[in-house]
Design a protein around this ligand. Structure first.
Ligand code: FE2
Length: 430
């Protein structure tokens, strides 16, 4: 039998070593040691890590790469970011949205990031972002799985036409129902918005992904309503709570009641470490709260936790490079998840866990999965996170779609080696 692509001597995220991966017709045909069949292309991984692609389950592609337009965020707060985005929204064009989004998708491919869930603001009567990102979803479909969330940025009830626009965006083909209950005018309106949005999703058999409780207010408890509505409407496994930062500040007793409710409803929790470590705690003097949701506790209750990038060079965040390993690294630092197995878990938070939250079909490195994966300049997942490892090759449908030369430094030091490979400093730990 002849394969399209054969990867030799790969280490896998689950700890298997010296594995060969054979691909044909866009799918993985075999993952085992010592495959000898012919292949159109052979890559020797040489003991380096091959992972399924990185997945970002929380992003804003309508705003990405707009940094400085029309001005910079001076306070650095979430609220100034929203106000600034409001100024930019009025002057957006479809062409500009498409151009910036495609540019970001190019960057994503180079980083081995091949599935993205992007929120798209529907509080704009022209639906410029929706029109632009629907076009982008179509244009990138051969190399990126792009899911779109109808996101009422200015509030479902706080913004006059938000509900009408949200329904229109769904009619136009946006995939998922979004929300922002903590930004509504009152707690009651916030809870009411969660009920209405979940009902819309249930009526249309869609998934839900809400910005939920992205605040330091410990009394922001919309996640409780989201869990309840998920139960009531039978949406188990189809609902994600994004950010959930108020959980950081909540009373421990209340959280002990809340965590089982989230688990019972099968809600996916999506933390955004890079963004929330910079946005939260802005009203604190010292000590300043970290503001990230309770990742180890959610994990301990069996909740599927993913880490999202959220923003790259936009009104909320001026940094970022589409590197989900940077996201994983920040997540583990903020959550103090420093044990070996916790670091491996953080790698899963930017690969398998968000894939599950997005319901991606054929994701993984098993026979029958899509032949999508990344060869990294690292021997295992811990090293990959530590080094933010170079993506040596990115494969989609059994075809190499991006390569990067290995990182290597040349030294000119007497009596020392001439070259160093950053991934050659410690014994492999699996
Ligand atoms: Fe967000």
């Amino acid at each position: 039998m002849s394969f399209d692509l054969l990867v030799k001597n790969a280490n896998l995220p689950d700890g298997r070593t010296q594995m060969d991966i054979a691909c044909k017709g866009g799918r993985i045909e075999a993952v085992e040691a010592g495959i000898t069949a012919e292949a159109g292309k052979v890559i020797d991984a040489n003991g380096r890590l091959v992972s399924p692609p990185f997945v970002d389950s929380h992003f804003h592609m309508d705003a990405t790469l707009s940094l400085g337009l029309p001005r910079m965020n001076r306070s650095g707060t979430l609220l100034e970011g929203i106000a600034l985005w409001g100024e930019l929204k009025d002057i957006l064009t479809v062409d500009a949205v498409v151009e910036r989004a495609l540019k970001y998708c190019d960057l994503a491919v180079s980083q081995g990031l091949l599935a993205i869930r992007s929120h798209v603001d529907v509080c704009d009567d022209r639906l410029t972002g929706v029109e632009g990102l629907l076009e982008v979803r179509d244009r990138v479909k051969d190399y990126i799985d792009l899911q779109l969330v109808a996101f009422p940025q200015d509030g479902l009830y706080r913004s006059p036409n938000a509900e009408k626009n949200l329904l229109k965006a769904l009619d136009m083909g946006v995939d998922i129902v979004g929300g922002i209950p903590h930004f509504e005018r009152t707690m009651e309106d916030g809870a009411r918005s969660v009920v209405r949005l979940c009902e819309i999703a249930a009526e249309r058999s869609l998934r839900v992904d809400m910005h939920c409780d992205e605040t330091d207010d410990p009394l922001s408890r919309h996640i409780e309503t989201l869990a309840h509505e998920t139960q009531r409407l039978g949406l188990h496994g189809r609902v994600a709570g994004s950010h959930l930062t108020s959980m950081h500040s909540m009373d421990n007793y209340y959280v002990s009641k809340l965590l089982p409710l989230i688990a019972e409803a099968g809600i996916h929790a999506i933390a955004n470490p890079l963004i929330n470590i910079t946005l939260q705690g802005r009203h604190d003097s010292y000590p300043k709260r970290r503001g990230q949701t309770r990742v180890p506790e959610l994990r301990a209750h069996g909740v599927n936790v993913a880490f999202g990038h959220d923003c790259v060079m936009d009104p909320w965040y001026s940094m970022g490079s589409g590197d989900m390993l940077e996201v994983a690294s920040m997540g583990l630092h903020v959550a103090q998840m420093t044990s070996r197995e916790a670091i491996r878990y953080c790698f899963d938070c930017v690969t398998g866990h968000p894939a599950r939250a997005m319901g991606l079909e054929g994701y993984g490195l098993d026979k029958g999965c899509k032949a999508d994966f990344v060869l990294l300049q690292a021997r295992d997942t811990i090293e990959a996170v530590r080094l933010k490892a170079t993506r040596l090759a990115v494969v989609r449908g059994g075809r190499v779609i991006a390569t990067t030369a290995p990182r290597e430094a040349e030294l000119s030091l007497e009596g020392r080696p001439g070259r160093i490979d950053p991934s050659a400093f410690a014994p492999r730990e699996g």
